[in-house]
Design a protein around this ligand. Structure first.
Ligand code: SF4
Length: 418
């Protein structure tokens, strides 16, 4: 008799990896998702059901937990919660499965395999509470560099498991959940010092501006070559890429890069200023290969936008975002709170309105380079007011706590959790 399997979770991770799961012999009878908006629709020809309905139809099935574990932000439902709920309603443990071997312990999605990669270094994490504890591996050869990276991550996990001090001490993202037993990169986050990187904006908070002072970078590892090397180490669809190296759409070889990525079926997180509309970006969205787009708007008015970004094109960006959103892009609209620049009601109100119109997620942040300083009371109140306004309108929200002073993080987290 055919095994009775239900996939629990229909996020983008499941959608992108569905065919690989089928290739592993995992063929579901249906999907389950807790999001009522997704229930009673179909995915790959299978019903998406509530847990209750799936159990009514298939009471003896096995559950494969396929919920997204891609996003660092606090507040996402984690595997452990889903697992415990299934146990609570009487599903035996042996009928709850994971696609890859997992263990219960403290961890986070970055440690799970999301390194920052620059021309010469692989950084284990850039959100470390104490910057002096950041760890990186220098590499010449990517394969060897990754081996050293895996060893370093394993050593940190071992210390976490035995309650010893690590770079993750006091990190808000460290949480009890199911995490992979063996480290394996699932997403490369690219830093902007590759050959050919550039950005057409001049954001007042940018720490990378000096890299592009003379235009396109002539130094560094060739970016497309690096992607090709990654292609030799990882299969189609096996990893995702966070393209945060400069403004990728301003590179002359942007189309070639995105075509290569699409040929590899690697889902993309595109960190972009959205000032240049690209058909290739639209292609990725339509092909279901855009996990999400991260766009730092940082303003709600054209005037503030110009002051913050150094370029006067607020309306162009807004129109491009509208077009990407109409194609179905999941947009995380970022607001880097800047004292005296955008911490006023007008900008915040207009920004929240834009988030609502784009059906986007509001991503509140601060300037990472000044996170050793506390915010003024006025700016902190502005951040809390943004949180409250999003809550009142039931908008999706995230906070990049790591970019705030450690004491301000606690205040903001309280506002989020209230
Ligand atoms: S410092 Fe925080 S975000 Fe970074 S790896 Fe550790 S737990 Fe994750």
């Amino acid at each position: 008799m055919k095994e009775q399997i239900i996939f629990y979770g229909v996020g983008q991770h499941t959608q992108v990896n569905y065919h690989q799961l089928i290739a592993k012999g995992l063929s579901p009878l249906c999907f389950v998702d807790d999001d009522a908006h997704k229930q009673n629709t179909k995915l790959f020809g299978h019903d998406i059901l509530s847990l209750e309905e799936a159990l009514r139809r298939y009471p003896d099935s096995e559950f494969y937990l396929t919920i997204d574990k891609h996003n660092l932000r606090v507040g996402n439902k984690n595997l452990l919660e889903v697992f415990e709920n299934l146990i609570k309603i009487g599903i035996p443990e042996e009928r709850i499965k994971f696609v890859n071997p997992m263990e219960q312990r403290k961890g986070c999605v970055i440690l799970e395999g999301q390194p920052h990669i620059s021309s010469n270094n692989i950084w284990i994490c850039c959100a470390v509470p104490d910057e002096d504890k950041m760890q990186s591996i220098q590499y010449d050869n990517l394969k060897d560099g990754l081996e050293s990276y895996y060893n370093a991550v394993s050593a940190i996990v071992k210390r976490i498991k035995s309650s010893q001090s690590t770079m993750c001490d006091d990190c808000v993202y460290l949480q009890e959940d199911f995490w992979s037993i063996t480290p394996r990169v699932n997403c490369f986050i690219f830093e902007g010092d590759f050959k050919g990187d550039f950005c057409n904006f001049k954001c007042c908070y940018c720490g990378k501006a000096a890299l592009y002072e003379e235009g396109y970078r002539k130094e560094g590892r060739d970016f497309l070559d690096t992607l090709r090397q990654i292609g030799e180490l990882f299969d189609k669809g096996e990893i995702s890429l966070n393209l945060a190296n400069g403004e990728i759409t301003s590179r002359p070889d942007c189309d070639e890069i995105l075509e290569f990525v699409q040929s590899k079926q690697w889902p993309v997180i595109l960190t972009t200023n959205a000032s240049i509309y690209k058909e290739k970006v639209a292609d990725l969205i339509c092909a279901g290969l855009m996990y999400f787009m991260i766009v730092s708007l940082d303003a709600g008015t054209s005037e503030t936008f110009h002051k913050v970004k150094g370029v006067d094109c607020f309306d162009i960006v807004a129109e491009n975002l509208r077009q990407y959103s109409a194609l179905g892009a999941d947009i995380k609209l970022k607001y880097i709170l800047l004292e005296g620049l955008n911490d006023n009601d007008e900008d915040i109100d207009n920004f929240v309105e834009i988030v609502a119109n784009l059906n986007a997620t509001c991503r509140l942040s601060a300037n990472i380079y000044t996170r050793r300083n506390r915010l003024s009371k006025y700016a902190l109140d502005a951040a809390i007011s943004m949180i409250n306004k999003c809550k009142e309108r039931n908008l999706r929200m995230e906070c990049l706590y790591e970019n705030f002073h450690i004491l301000d993080r606690k205040t903001l987290k309280m506002a989020f959790d209230r």
